[in-house]
Design a protein around this ligand. Structure first.
Ligand code: NAP
Length: 251
């Protein structure tokens, strides 16, 4: 039987590219996000079997329904791709209290709820992949709620990886740098952070599916350098973040 994947945030950007990549591998795909019309449009483009489940990932009950609908249709889950996320660019002081909570819900807690609901239906050889960010290693100015949520997700993934190992379930954290998607359209970034097409991240996800690894950086070398530099030389990183305009500039 074909493998079954849940992709959250499939209606646009990276999630949409991942759904296309999975479809091309004949993997049955459950498409989740809030904008149902975009999910239906995407479903009509895929060659593999699809199931559209409009879902607000900020709502725990809806996340559970997403898993229930998948199990009702196919009786199993082989791949969970936790990709849905929001991003916001503002200083700490200019960020509304409600946004901190929303960011934690969508970028972090939704992935925990999804994992908890999906795990009873996942067997040996299955795989959970979270689309994190380089901000999950080291945040930059104007991205505090985002970096906080992605750090929480990184912590969750690393423990889930250790706990699920004995069950034969892999957990991969994918850490892209800047990607050319709608939320980042108006963000001008420095040369060192050139935006990549979402298809590059989808290709990295496929490579993780074929050869499970704990972390994938996109791009591989620059992403790894960024992560290690932030860890090994934090004071230098902090001093250089602003002069190198790593936070980018909104148009
Ligand atoms: N673009 C980058 O530079 C970059 C870099 C590193 C990591 N990432 C990560 O990549 C992931 C995808 O982002 P993207 O760049 O592809 O942006 P995007 O095009 O805006 O995609 C975000 C997706 O998440 C969904 N989503 C947002 N809130 C949701 C909610 N409450 N419930 C369900 N779905 C929700 C959106 O669907 P609906 O609006 O239809 O619900 C959309 O499909 C995010 O986790 C992001 O943090 C992006």
């Amino acid at each position: 039987m074909d493998r079954v994947a849940i992709v959250t945030g499939a209606s646009s950007g990276i999630g949409r590219a991942i759904a296309h990549a999975l479809g091309a591998e004949a993997i049955s795909v459950v498409l989740a996000a809030r904008r149902e019309h975009l999910l239906r449009e995407l479903a009509s483009e895929l060659d593999s079997q699809t199931l559209v489940v409009p879902t607000d990932m900020a709502d725990q009950l809806q996340v559970r329904r997403l898993v229930d609908a998948t199990v009702e249709r196919w009786g199993r889950i082989d791949l969970v791709i936790g990709n849905a996320g929001i991003w916001h660019h503002a200083s700490i002081e200019a960020t509304e209290p409600s946004l901190w909570e929303e960011m934690i819900r969508v970028d972090y807690l939704a992935n925990v709820w999804l994992t908890l609901a999906a795990l009873p239906h996942m067997g040996s050889g299955s795989h959970i992949i979270f689309i994190n960010s380089l901000a999950g290693f080291r945040g930059v100015p104007s991205e505090a709620p985002y970096a906080a949520a992605k750090h929480a997700l990184a912590g969750f993934s690393s423990v889930a990886r250790q706990e699920l190992r004995s069950r034969g379930i892999s957990v991969t954290s994918v850490h892209p740098g800047r990607v050319d998607t709608a939320p980042f359209e108006s963000l001008r970034v420095p040369m060192v952070q050139q935006k990549q097409p979402p298809e590059v991240v989808a290709k990295a996800v496929l490579s993780a599916i074929h050869r499970p690894r704990p972390h994938i950086y996109v791009p591989a070398v620059r992403g790894r350098l960024y992560a290690w530099f932030g860890l090994l030389a934090p004071r230098v990183f902090d001093a250089l973040a602003r002069p190198f305009k790593l936070e980018g500039e909104l148009d």
